[in-house]
Design a protein around this ligand. Structure first.
Ligand SMILES: [Zn+2]
Ligand SMILES: [Zn+2]
Length: 396
């Protein structure tokens, strides 16, 4: 085995307890998006102690570290998200959340710990690197914080040439790496539709306009976009109405009805879906003589993996010689991930590191109050990221 790989295996082994301690500390003191004050302070101090250039308060609580290699060359960005969720933890772990009503229920505590340990190991090998590594610790992933960091210039000075991100993933078993090129996580757009009419007596609907009837017709018709306007295999599209508000008395036809939900696509034609959506609302409202309003708000954009960057990670898994399996089929999800703000601008790869283990109770879905990770997956993530860095800079 290559000497550098052997040395890195040794480093990871010796830092495993620190890796777990860091993760448990972040787990115990979770913070919501854009409020990651304690977490970002720990991150900034940790990076500074390693001799890495640190920029604090990027997009409020974000931290960016810049490690300059021994020679000139490309800049690779590695990203971890730091935020927790407004959930009451029910895991019963001895390091459960001390912050009432807030919980690391998505594994971002693990992501932060993983990237700190990577920074520690790679800083020992910096002279070998021709180029730079940017460590991006991002706030508020759960509500698209990456866009703010991109706005504040994380992809510039030095310009970023490639980016890698990962997510500990409980739907995959520990030891499985979910990795594929092309669309991996969905673009999402939230919608809110209002229909307005004169209202009237429930016993004489012919003398009024019934927006409830029109709303249900629209909601049903919107579902046809998924299959009648887009290719169900190659252009996965999902329209889900989750909120419906109408009237408050059984014999009064209300003046207003509203419904809200999300459109999700695993293809880049979101604008065409929105056009079709608007067309259906407009035509149905027009037929019945109702006024309408549609509001859209972008959730996440499409996370589309670059083939060359995916090859870097595949190569890392291959040289790791660990018993890891790469799963390519059936791993794409209709959930969103704001790493897409980075991957839309520079060649990037995002992958899932399996952390599901029924024996350890770590197979709960993300955002569940009993969600937990299999801590064995932390060192797997560190290893794959480390080897990916070495491959990116042609060191192995
Ligand atoms: Zn999440
Ligand atoms: Zn997450």
């Amino acid at each position: 085995m290559n000497k550098i790989i052997k040395d890195i295996n040794q480093e990871i082994k010796s830092l495993e307890s620190e890796l777990i301690d860091l993760r448990r500390d972040f787990h115990k003191y979770p913070e919501l998006g854009f409020e990651e004050v304690r977490t970002s302070k720990i991150v900034a101090n940790y990076l500074a102690e390693l001799g890495i250039e640190v920029e604090k308060n990027v997009a409020k609580t974000g931290v960016v570290g810049l490690l300059k290699g021994g020679g000139k060359g490309k800049t690779l960005l590695l990203r971890a998200d730091m935020d927790a969720l407004p959930i009451n933890e029910k895991t019963g772990l001895h390091y459960s959340s001390e912050n009432e009503g807030i919980m690391h229920a998505c594994g971002h505590d693990g992501h932060t710990a993983i990237l700190l340990i990577i920074a520690k190991i790679i800083s020992k090998y910096k002279d070998l690197i021709s180029g730079n590594i940017k460590f991006v610790f991002q706030p508020n992933e759960e509500d698209a914080g990456a866009a703010e960091m991109v706005k504040e210039g994380i992809l510039k000075s030095p310009d970023v040439d490639g980016a890698i991100g990962l997510h500990l993933w409980s739907p995959l078993k520990t030891g499985v790496i979910g990795l594929k090129s092309g669309p991996l996580m969905a673009a999402s757009e939230y919608f809110n539709v209002k229909l307005q009419g004169p209202g009237g007596h429930g016993g004489a609907p012919h003398k009024t306009i019934d927006p409830v009837n029109t709303a249900t017709s629209i909601i049903n018709r919107l579902k046809t976009i998924e299959t009648r306007n887009f290719d169900v295999i190659n252009e996965p599209t999902l329209i889900t109405t989750c909120k419906l508000e109408a009237g408050d008395f059984p014999i009064v036809i209300p003046e207003e009805v509203s419904f809200a939900g999300s459109i999700r696509t695993l293809h880049p034609k979101m604008n065409q879906v929105k056009e079709k959506f608007e067309n259906i609302v407009e035509k149905e409202a027009e037929i019945d003589g109702l006024n309408y309003e549609i509001d859209f708000k972008c959730g996440n954009r499409l996370l589309d993996n670059n083939l060359e960057m995916v090859k870097v990670i595949k190569g890392a898994v291959a040289v790791s010689r660990d018993k890891l399996t790469i799963k390519e089929k059936g791993i794409a999800v209709m959930l969103g991930e704001d790493f897409s703000e980075i991957s839309l601008k520079v060649p990037s790869a995002f992958y899932f590191v399996g952390t599901g283990n029924a024996n350890k109770g770590t197979d709960y879905p993300h955002h569940h109050p009993e969600f937990n990770i299999d801590e064995d997956s932390l060192k797997i993530a560190v290893k794959i990221q480390m080897l990916s860095i070495l491959r990116y800079f042609n060191l192995i």
